[in-house]
Ligand binder design. Structure first.
Ligand code: SF4
Ligand code: MG
Length: 336
């Protein structure tokens, strides 16, 4: 079966005065119908650039899609005209952002913003679009839908605005929803509610979701599969179960350690990963994580690690998984 979305060997650079930044390097993954794929990584890891490439949102210049393909239902999105892309964006793929205020139109009533796509892309009459808009407001759990329909974004709370964004994004029943840190700006309780809502809707509507986050807690609660990105590269990917129970990359180990644990009822402090991500103007020759990795070996400085494969499509790009490599425990015992 072919995948709903298949990204292959994507390479994206940005031209700057300082030179070309390698924002995304050799990224390949797929999304199937009805599944939630999470992409995690620090800021600057290339996760947003990856999904912006899918949406045709990379400004060129300064952005340059250096290579690769992005097939959606068999069609390479990178080869479509702006007009063809707009059609797909309004109806088949939609996106929600971290800050709804930047994507909601402050001068337009919420109802009208939900109706826009329905009238434009689905050819609904004003009356039918209104009915659907009110239904969507109700579906995303906003109380008093008929009243809310006539209100402006500033009359909504942060959590309600994010719900309104979701209503707009889902109104045309897209097959793929891309959510870039959709709950980061919200407080924890509201965040949990919005995630729960997204999961519910995904279940009901069979929408596939790409969820970008820097929060592994969110990944564990929401996604089925996960990609870990670092310095523009995918360093590990697999099912959420595999990745949490059997992680194979030191960067993932670090991320998992940095998730605050609740032990004996007290929250343990966050353990940050030492050092900072590499300079993307001239990324290290070998493994991008080598400068921060306490297991780094000679080969790590010389060659980019290939993807080593494990159960259930689990892949990790780390030389420790080469059968010839010493075990991580032994490296530590040897005084690393
Ligand atoms: Fe560390 Fe080497 Fe693995 Fe990179 S390839 S994460 S430097 S052990
Ligand atoms: Mg981002």
């Amino acid at each position: 079966m072919s995948h709903l979305l298949e990204v292959k060997n994507l390479e994206v650079n940005f031209k700057t005065y300082g030179g070309e930044v390698k924002a995304v390097r050799d990224v390949s993954f797929h999304v199937d119908k009805g599944e939630i794929l999470a992409i995690v990584g620090e800021s600057g890891s290339g996760k947003s650039v990856t999904v912006q490439s899918i949406m045709g949102l990379i400004p060129t210049p300064p952005g340059i899609i250096k290579g690769g393909s992005i097939h959606f239902k068999g069609q390479d999105l990178l080869k479509l005209s702006k007009r063809e892309m707009r059609k797909i964006k309004g109806s088949k793929i939609s996106m929600i952002f971290q800050d709804p205020m930047t994507s909601l139109n402050p001068t337009m009533r919420i109802g009208a913003q939900i109706e826009e796509g329905l009238i434009l892309h689905q050819g609904l009459s004003k009356q039918a679009a209104k009915e659907k808009a009110i239904e969507m407001i109700k579906l995303v759990g906003i109380p008093n839908p008929a009243e809310r329909y006539n209100q402006f974004p500033h009359e909504f709370s942060g959590g309600m605005r994010q719900r309104a964004m979701i209503a707009i994004a889902l109104a045309c029943s897209p097959e793929l929803l891309i959510a870039d840190e959709p709950t980061t700006a919200l407080d924890v309780t509201i965040q949990a509610q919005v995630l729960e809502l997204m999961k519910d809707l995904q279940n009901q509507l069979e929408t596939s979701i790409i969820l970008i986050t820097h929060d592994l807690g969110v990944v564990a609660e929401t996604a089925e599969r996960v990609i870990v990105m670092y310095a523009g590269m995918m360093v590990e990917s697999g099912t959420v179960t595999e990745l949490f129970e059997n992680p194979k990359h030191p960067y993932t180990w670090g991320l998992l350690e940095s998730v605050p644990k609740v032990e004996d009822g007290e929250k343990q402090p966050l353990i940050p990963i030492e050092g900072s991500p590499p300079d993307l103007f001239s990324p290290p020759k070998g493994c991008p994580f080598a400068p921060r990795c306490k297991y780094a070996m000679e080969i790590c400085l010389e060659e980019v690690p290939p993807g080593f494969e494990f159960n259930d499509g689990h892949v990790a790009r780390c030389w420790l998984n080469d059968p010839r490599a010493p075990k991580a425990e032994d490296l530590i015992a040897a005084g690393r």
